[in-house]
Design a protein around this ligand. Structure first.
Ligand code: SAH
Ligand code: SF4
Ligand code: F3S
Length: 433
């Protein structure tokens, strides 16, 4: 028997791409994974198209493989993910060394595409097929795994925010049936997983369970050895009553919610086609905090959207002041071809830069004070791996803070009560209770 071929996958973008990369590696059964491109027989870039820089990274990475391909003519290079979907054949025109292009909804066809590429032909599939890719993927391997896992439950988006490529790259909203998700979750738990993060571009629009995402969360909470449930990313308009209530009464649902608002001025929210006002957002947060006062919030912000005035931007800062985020991601608006906002008059780069700096300074200081406020408190930590120093283990609190503890007895997967004694630059230090 010949040695298995080696597969190197590089993942960009969101957590869903992390999940997809795992499933793509599993789909290519004749390969074993390698963590360097140097000895690979196939390189697959799982790409992101969300901002211009993200897409450009792919081409510069491909440029780096020229030498490898020259030394090893059998090396196959593939592009998967959202750039593959958005640019399709263009990728092969711009980078002729690419053998294979596969979109996020057709990667169950990877084995055939790989065979086609091996036979020397160009292989391309960016369909949005009728069939559900998950039903056509091989069943997942039984190997032991770490304590945390992602699990995609919903894909695609029907919201069409004026800045965003996701509805075009991932297609329409589709939910996986709840029974399939519960059985995949059971399987993950049998393999050692203790915390599952449910993924979707609009995860709270999930409708594969008759009671929506809250129904699915409650069904998953029945799995005894599953200790923690999280979900991301949510849209404010899909935070229904049941899901809000679940934050108060479902113990396994962690008190941390990523709820992007993007901007704080009603004018900009409208121009972004977000379909809600700043007050709607405040109301949702008030209701969540009523049932779960210790909830930590996280968000995404875009600065420098077309027509954003200094006054509009001040409204975003004001919204942040009121909400107080535990963490957040913020970006300068980036024009994306084919989206409505790309056609509008753009703000100068210098204005975007300056606003991003002010916004990030505020977010960092909030993050800092929420993290520092953990000192003296008791949290639950799910330990994931050894820390950098000997005798140290690191895990995450329910609020997603990284926590270091000195201990010789802890192992990955342990869930323990920890008293926080110190707040460092990026993590907390604690002692076992
Ligand atoms: N589905 C999620 C987010 C998907 S994209 C949601 O609706 O919130 C992740 C984040 O990237 C977005 O929340 C937004 O803040 C940012 N983003 C999307 N398109 C962008 C663009 N054209 N320029 C800058 N940031 C963008
Ligand atoms: Fe993009 Fe808006 Fe859909 Fe989120 S809700 S994926 S930002 S279009
Ligand atoms: Fe990027 Fe696609 Fe995710 S564009 S953020 S990889 S859905």
């Amino acid at each position: 028997m010949s040695a298995p071929k080696k597969l190197y996958i590089k993942t960009y973008g969101c957590q869903m791409n992390v999940y997809d990369s795992e499933r793509m590696a599993e789909a290519l059964a004749g390969y074993e994974s390698t963590d360097t491109p140097d000895d690979a027989d196939m390189i697959l870039l799982n790409t992101c198209h969300i901002r211009e820089k993200a897409a450009e990274k792919v081409y510069s990475e491909l440029g780096r493989y020229k030498g490898l391909k020259a030394d090893k003519p059998d090396l196959k290079i593939g592009v998967a993910g959202c750039v593959a979907q958005a640019e399709g054949e263009e990728i092969m025109k711009r980078q002729p060394m690419v053998d294979l292009v596969v979109g996020p909804q057709s990667y169950h066809r990877l084995p055939e595409l790989e065979a086609k590429a091996r036979s020397g032909q160009k292989a391309l599939d960016t369909d949005f097929p009728e069939e559900d890719k998950f039903e056509h993927l091989k069943s997942r391997p039984k190997a032991k795994r770490g304590p945390t896992a992602f699990l995609t439950v919903q894909e695609g988006c029907d919201k069409f925010c004026a800045f965003c490529v996701v509805p075009y790259t991932r297609g329409a909203e589709v939910s996986r049936p709840a029974d399939r998700i519960v059985s995949e979750a059971r399987d993950l738990v049998e393999r050692g997983v203790r915390e599952i993060t449910l993924l979707g571009q609009n995860v709270n629009a999930y409708h594969g369970h008759e009671r929506g995402l809250a129904g699915l969360i409650r069904a998953l909470a029945e799995i005894e050895d599953l200790k923690r449930i999280r979900f991301t990313t949510s849209h404010p308009n899909d935070m229904d009553d049941d899901l809000i209530a679940a934050h108060g009464d479902c113990e396994k649902l962690m008190p941390y919610l990523h709820l992007p608002v993007q901007a704080g001025s009603d004018k900009i929210l409208k121009r972004m086609n977000r379909q809600h006002t700043r007050d709607d957002y405040f109301r949702i947060i008030d209701r969540l905090r009523e049932v779960r006062p210790d909830l930590h919030l996280s968000g995404d912000f875009i600065v420098g959207f077309p027509e954003e005035t200094e006054e509009d931007f001040a409204q975003t800062l004001d919204l942040i002041e009121r909400v107080k985020y535990g963490s957040a991601f913020s970006f300068k608006y980036s024009t994306r071809p084919g989206t409505p906002a790309a056609e509008r008059d753009q703000l100068p780069e210098s204005v975007k830069d300056e606003r991003l700096q002010r916004l990030q300074a505020l977010l960092v200081s909030q993050q800092r004070s929420l993290q520092d406020a953990m000192v003296g408190k008791t949290v639950n930590v799910l330990f994931e791996k050894p820390g950098r120093l000997p005798g140290q283990m690191v895990g995450k609190s329910e609020y997603l803070h990284a926590v270091h503890v000195e201990s010789d007895t802890l192992i990955p997967g342990d869930l323990r009560s920890v008293r926080i004694v110190e707040s460092g630059p990026n993590s907390l230090k604690g002692v076992l209770n």
